[in-house]
Structures are given as C-alpha cells and as structure tokens.
Ligand binder design. Structure first.
Ligand SMILES: C[S@@+](CC[C@H](N)C(=O)[O-])C[C@H]1O[C@@H](n2cnc3c(N)ncnc32)[C@H](O)[C@@H]1O
Length: 354
C-alpha cells in the first residue's frame, strides 16, 4: 500500500521536517494570540513556556502566509478553518490527546511496535507472562496528557503498569489475585520508589471483579492490562520449549478456568467493571495473543474485541507488538505434516469509552 500522501487537513501536515520544534505548539500559540489580542508577548511566553523571540519569529512567519520554515508549510486559510479555541491555554493543553511532539507522535502512530524491550531486571522477574514497563509507558505517553492521572491495571502481575505510571508521574492502581505476584509487584514498586519521588501506587490483593469497591465510577484516565491467556500457560509449549508455569490455582483466578467460553465470559464481567470505572472518552488498552490448543486455534484478540463491544466499548484500533527478537529458539512447528504458524507477535487492542 502507498504511504499516506501529505495532503491538506491531514495530521501528517503537522509533522516537523527538521527535528527542531513541534509545529503543533506553534499553531496553539498563534491561535491563542488570535483569540486573545490583549495578551502581551510576555504573558503568552509564560503561559506556553516558549520564549518571546521564538513567538515573534512565528508571528512574522504567519504574516508571510506560512507557519514557518522547517515544517510542512501550512497555509493560514487552513488554520483559520480549524476549530477556534476561546479558552485559556491550560484548558487547551488539557484537550490535547497527549504531550508528544510531532516527531514522536508520527513514530508511535506506526501500527507495528518492534522496539519494546525487557530490562535486565525484568528478565529476572519470576512471572510467566509479563510485559516490559516500556510498553505501558509508551501507552501512557500516547493516550494521556498531563492532566490525566489515574492509570488502572486490573491484572497487575509483576507490576509493570505501576512502574510505568510512577515513571510518568501518574497514580497507578493495580489488582492482582495471586499473593506471589502481589509480593513481586510490591517489592518492585518499593525499589522504584527509592529512586524517584513519584506518587506511590496502590496495589489491591483482590479479584479485579471487585474493583468498584475501591474505585469510584468514572475515576480512571487509562486502563492498561494483559489478562491471563486462559489456562494456556499450564500447557506444554511446543514452539520454544520454554518452561511451562502456572499462576496460583485459586478460586476466581481466570487462568484456572477450563472452558474457553466461560473464561471469556468471566473476563468480560471484569471489563464491564473497568468500563464503569473509566472516565468518558478514555482508553482501555489490552495486550493479548491468539492461542492454540492442539488442532484448535482460538483467535483470542477478536473474541475479546467482540465481548468488549457488547459491554459498550468502541473498538478504536489495534497495534501489533512484534516480539520476534525474544524468540531465539523457534522450531518448524508441525513439520513435515501440518504447517503451523510460529506466533512472534501480540496485540495491543485499543478500546475507548464514548
Ligand atoms: C498476563 S498476567 C499480567 C502480567 C502483567 N502485565 C505483567 O507485566 O506482569 C495476568 C495476571 O492476572 C492475574 N489474575 C488472574 N485472575 C485474576 C483476577 N480475577 N483478578 C485479578 N488478577 C487476576 C494473574 O495472577 C496474572 O498475574
């Protein structure tokens, strides 16, 4: 497929071409000045944290009919057509999807993420299905702005989401049913705390089904999670012969459910609570992979997406998480009788509450 054309009115028009500054801030500042002609350069400079000399240069570019050298030229008429802001700069920044510059926005918008890596410390953690903190960190960067604070993970595991939330100065809240993983994530959070003065996260040792006993409705700004992969971790791993491990066999542990349909139903019940806890227009990002048990393939990502839409979530998009660099022991599955697919990717399903 051809790359998207850089036409008018396309988000790509806003990207920088010389790696200096982000044209989005430029547009915001200039729009703000249009809307507030009484504000002095000093006031605008303080409100946006951009120095006066730069603002003066932007104004000069604007009066020449383009918004600056080094960026895709955006004609003034296009800016005039875009919705006008009548509010304060603070309200405007709160309306932003995130605080990324255009270059990072473009990079992160590419549908395959191949650069997420476990740290040394993470490789040593004893959790069979963890994601690196780099993954929730990127999702926080992409799906929250500074004013969005509360990050929820209903299936906390080793605590990666809370570590990312701390690094991003957010308030992490996690639920985990296994005492072993509550301990692991608690210790991780403590270690992280030693190195940062961030907001301490909350870890609840409970079934995520009870999350509304701890969180009010419409209080969460972003949910990032990876649910159990059904009971698949207790199966023999034929693709890479990695050790098979099981989560705590406890009541309410979703990975102990034997029927796939029942597993999906119970998972949906938890996501229904997440839906209630989420603020409107906020996202819920769910990391999953498709599953196989012997001859049967379970398209977990699409089955879960259907359930989530029944709950009321909008299925907004998905990202492929390419993990091929972690699989160094692949074998020709099924050879020579049945051609089987070696899965080296997972999904980040992106749901939104209307
Ligand atoms: C795929 S793991 C999460 C891994 C996590 N993202 C990490 O990076 O470590 C799923 C976790 O859900 C937990 N779990 C299973 N059923 C649960 C339930 N009903 N409530 C809360 N946690 C549950 C399991 O113990 C497991 O640690």
């Amino acid at each position: 497929m051809d790359a998207p054309k850089q036409g008018t009115g396309n988000a790509l028009d806003l990207r920088e071409t010389n790696g200096k500054e982000h044209s989005q801030s430029k547009l915001e500042v200039l729009r703000f000045m249009d809307d507030n002609p009484g504000k002095s350069l000093k006031q605008v400079s303080e409100a946006f944290g951009v120095n006066e000399k730069t603002i003066r240069a932007w104004k000069a570019h604007k009066s020449r009919g383009t918004y600056g050298t080094g960026f895709q030229a955006i004609h003034e008429s296009q800016v005039k057509d875009s919705p006008k802001k009548k509010s304060s700069p603070r309200a405007w920044s709160e309306k932003r999807a995130n605080d990324l510059d255009g270059k990072t926005w473009l990079k992160d918008s590419i549908s395959i993420w191949s650069d997420i890596r476990k740290s040394k410390e993470e490789s040593q953690l004893n959790h069979p299905a963890m994601f690196p903190a780099q993954l929730p960190k990127r999702l926080i960067e992409v799906f929250t702005n500074k004013s969005m604070k509360v990050i929820l993970d209903p299936f906390l595991g080793s605590g990666a989401t809370l570590i990312a939330a701390m690094e991003m100065n957010k308030e992490g809240v996690g639920f985990e049913i296994s005492s072993e993983y509550v301990k692991i994530s608690g210790e991780r959070v403590k270690r992280q705390n030693l190195f940062s003065a961030n907001i301490p996260p909350k870890i609840y040792h409970d079934d995520a089904l009870n999350l509304l006993s701890y969180l009010p409705g419409e209080s969460v700004d972003l949910c990032i999670t990876s649910p159990p992969y059904w009971d698949i971790l207790s199966e023999k791993r034929s693709a890479d012969y990695k050790q098979t491990r099981d989560y705590d066999e406890q009541r309410n542990n979703l990975s102990a459910i034997k029927s796939y349909e029942e597993f999906l139903d119970q998972l949906a019940q938890i996501f229904q609570k997440v839906f209630i806890a989420l603020k409107p227009r906020r996202y819920c990002c769910v990391n999953v992979m498709d599953l196989r048990k012997k001859d049967r393939f379970y398209p977990f990502h699409s089955d879960l997406a259907k359930k989530m839409q029944t709950i009321g979530f909008i299925f907004d998009d998905l990202i492929i998480w390419d993990r091929r660099q972690e699989y160094n022991n692949l074998r020709p599955l099924g050879y020579p009788f049945v051609f089987r697919i070696n899965k080296i990717h997972e999904y980040i399903l992106i749901f939104k509450k209307a």
